[in-house]
Design a protein around this ligand. Structure first.
Ligand code: AKB
Length: 317
């Protein structure tokens, strides 16, 4: 069967790499990138692009009508730090964007929908270590609240309407092709750029703040594996816990120093992102993903660090 795949939010950190990966599999013309404006990434200009504001349901509906997508990936969202600066917009975009896509997927009989959740669904009373799929969840950011509510709606649409919607709780994602925008885990990308440019970095998270992280190559592969998994194998229709590695700024700096011995890490105090990070787990239990669709990460911290430094050096500086 020919696939027609919409990626809404194609210019972001995940979208940029997902469009490239999907086009490699399904062909350039079968993957339609959609965002508020065309991408500056040359690689993304190989296939079709549509200007789409996911909050404008008529525009989204017109794109569904034009392409009759078999799969839709909805990535447009405001992340944790930006969401706290503009809670009303974060709630509106993260919730109504999702409703528009879920409702149109039913109307246009889209076979599969992908929507990302996040470790932000956990909160200060969730277990800190090896956090389970099912546990206390009391997110205290607008982003986390919207992701937890979105998960419940995804499961609701699956149960009530039979919509095949799939989701993952992403940890902080580390990548070099596109910068992250407005997250609490962004330090783990900025640090590589600053290490190469200035041999120093001021971290907005404290030395010992441990968070779950993952290399983008693993995240994209895991996402595509989940989307390819037989529906009957999937026990989770909210969003799967998904783990790569966990580390602190201090541990990451030690790894960078193996490549750049002069590298110095300093700390900015009282950054509002610290409070968000304090409310999130340090590590995640992803047994359901491993059992249901065979998830296994390939990148440990050493491999992430050498790959990031090598690629940023080659492409940016
Ligand atoms: C953020 O920091 O907001 C995101 C996330 C963990 O979902 N990277």
């Amino acid at each position: 069967m020919q696939e027609n795949i919409l990626v809404i939010g194609s210019n972001g950190q995940i979208g940029t790499e997902l469009v490239i990966a999907l086009r490699n599999i399904y062909g350039d013309s079968n993957v339609i990138a959609c965002d508020l404006q065309p991408s500056k990434q040359i690689e993304l200009s190989a296939g079709p692009f549509e200007v789409v504001n996911v909050l404008d349901k008529q525009v989204v509906s017109d794109v569904f009508k034009k392409y009759k997508p078999t799969q839709v990936y909805l990535l447009a969202a405001l992340l944790s730090a930006t969401g706290e600066k503009n809670p009303a917009l974060a709630w509106d975009l993260n919730m109504n964007g999702l409703f528009h896509v879920l409702d149109l997927a039913i109307e246009f009989k889209t076979a599969k929908v992908y929507w990302p959740s996040s470790i932000a669904v956990f909160g200060p009373n969730s277990p800190k270590h090896n956090t389970d799929q099912f546990c206390v969840m009391d997110p205290n950011t607008v982003y986390g609240i919207s992701k937890l509510a979105g998960e419940r709606w995804c499961e609701y649409y699956f149960q009530k309407y039979g919509l095949d919607v799939r989701s993952i709780r992403y940890p902080g994602l580390i990548s070099w092709k596109a910068m992250p925008g407005g997250g609490t885990t962004d330090y783990a990308v900025h640090i590589f750029h600053e290490a190469l440019k200035n041999k120093s970095y001021q971290s907005f998270l404290s030395a010992t703040t441990e968070l779950p992280m993952m290399y983008m190559d693993d995240a994209i592969r895991g996402t595509l594996e989940l989307m390819d998994a037989p529906a009957d194998n999937l026990r989770i229709r909210s969003a799967y816990n998904f783990a790569g590695v966990s580390f602190t700024p201090e541990i990451l700096a030690e790894e960078i120093k193996k490549h750049i011995p002069e590298f110095k890490l300093g700390y900015v105090e009282n950054d509002p992102r610290q409070l968000i990070a304090n409310s999130w787990p340090a590590s995640i239990n992803d047994d359901y993903a491993r059992t249901d669709w065979g998830w296994k990460p390939n990148y440990d911290l050493a491999k992430i660090t050498s790959d990031m430094l090598e690629n940023i050096k080659k492409t940016v500086y």
